[in-house]
Design a protein around this ligand. Structure first.
Ligand code: 8IG
Length: 266
C-alpha cells in the first residue's frame, strides 16, 4: 500500500480502467449538493462503481451526495468520469483525501475537470436554485493540497474559455467569486459580510482546494455553483439543510440540461 498521493491516484485510475474497460477518460465531473441528477443527461452510463471499492476513496458523508463513480459515454463519443462522491475538508481526513478524486481523474486521463457545488449566495438577486459560474476563488481554509515548494500559477484558474462556452449555452448566467470556508457550520452573518468585503459572491465548503489540485495536475478547470440558499444574514430566515436539498431538487432539470449542454461544447 502506497502513501504517495499520486501513486494512490494512479492505483485508483488503474482500478477504474480495469473495472470499466475505459482506458482513458476525457473529462471528469464532481457532483456537489443539488447536482446529483445532473449526470443523467450528459450521456449513457456504461459502468457504475462503488466509490468505497476504489483505492483511496471512502463512502460519502453527506445526504444528497451519491457514493458512486460512473463512466459515461457522451453523444459525441467523449468519455466522462462522474464522481458522485466528494470528500469535504470538514470530514477531517486531510487535504490529500479531499483532492484524491481530482488526482484520480487526472491519472485517468481527464484533461478537463468540471467542479459543481451547492453554496450560499451573497447577491440577493440569486434566488435559491440559481446556477452561477465560478470566475475565481478565495481559499479561506488556510490549507493547500500542494506540499513542499510546489509553486503553481492560479491566474485564470477557472477557464475563461469554458465560461464563455457556458454563456453561449445560457447567456443569462452570472459569474461570481467563490470563497471556501472549512465548515461544517454555515457562516455567521458577520462572516458573510467579511466574505463580501474581501470580494466573494458565493460561500461554500468545497471546490477551491480541488481546483488547485486540478491546476497542479494540468487540467483545465470549470466551476459552477448552484446557489441553494442565500448566505446567512442576506436572507432574514435561518438556513436549513432541508432548504438546501429542496432547492437542489427544484433546480435539477434545468441545471442538468445546462451541464450536459456545456460538456457537449467542450
Ligand atoms: I449548500 O451558505 C451550502 N453550502 N459555507 N455556506 C457555506 N456552505 C454552504 C452554504 C452556505 N450552503
Amino acid at each position: 500500500m502506497t502513501t504517495d498521493p499520486f501513486e494512490l491516484a494512479a492505483a485508483a485510475a488503474a482500478y477504474i480502467a480495469g473495472h470499466t474497460g475505459v482506458q482513458s477518460h476525457d473529462v471528469a465531473l464532481v457532483l456537489g449538493s443539488g447536482w446529483g441528477g445532473a449526470a443523467e443527461l450528459v450521456g449513457e452510463t456504461t459502468h457504475t462503481l462503488e466509490a468505497r471499492s476504489i483505492p483511496g476513496f471512502s463512502a460519502p458523508a453527506v445526504e444528497g451526495h451519491v457514493g458512486t463513480v460512473r463512466s459515461v459515454l457522451t453523444a459525441d463519443g467523449k468519455r466522462a468520469l462522474v464522481l458522485g462522491a466528494r470528500t469535504h475538508y470538514y470530514e477531517g481526513r486531510g487535504v490529500r483525501a479531499v483532492v484524491h478524486g481530482v488526482r484520480t481523474a487526472a491519472a485517468a486521463g481527464a484533461k478537463t475537470l468540471v467542479l459543481t457545488n451547492g453554496c450560499g449566495g451573497l447577491n440577493p438577486d440569486w434566488q435559491p436554485g440559481t446556477p452561477v459560474l465560478i470566475s475565481d476563488h478565495i481559499n479561506l481554509t488556510a490549507a493547500s493540497p500542494l506540499e513542499g515548494a510546489t509553486f503553481v500559477d492560479l491566474t485564470d484558474l477557472y477557464s475563461s474559455r469554458i465560461r464563455a462556452l457556458a454563456k453561449e449555452v445560457d447567456p443569462g448566467l452570472d459569474e461570481g467569486v467563490y470563497a471556501q470556508f472549512t465548515g461544517p457550520h454555515y457562516e455567521t452573518p458577520a462572516e458573510v459580510q467579511y466574505a463580501k468585503r474581501i470580494g466573494a459572491d458565493l460561500v461554500g465548503m468545497s471546490t477551491a482546494l480541488e481546483a488547485i489540485a486540478a491546476r497542479h495536475a494540468g487540467m483545465e478547470v470549470f466551476g459552477i455553483s448552484l446557489v441553494t440558499n442565500l448566505a446567512a444574514g442576506i436572507s432574514p430566515v435561518p438556513l436549513s439543510h432541508q432548504e438546501v436539498i429542496e432547492a437542489g431538487q427544484a433546480a435539477g432539470p434545468r441545471i442538468s440540461r445546462l451541464l450536459a449542454d456545456i460538456i457537449a461544447k467542450l
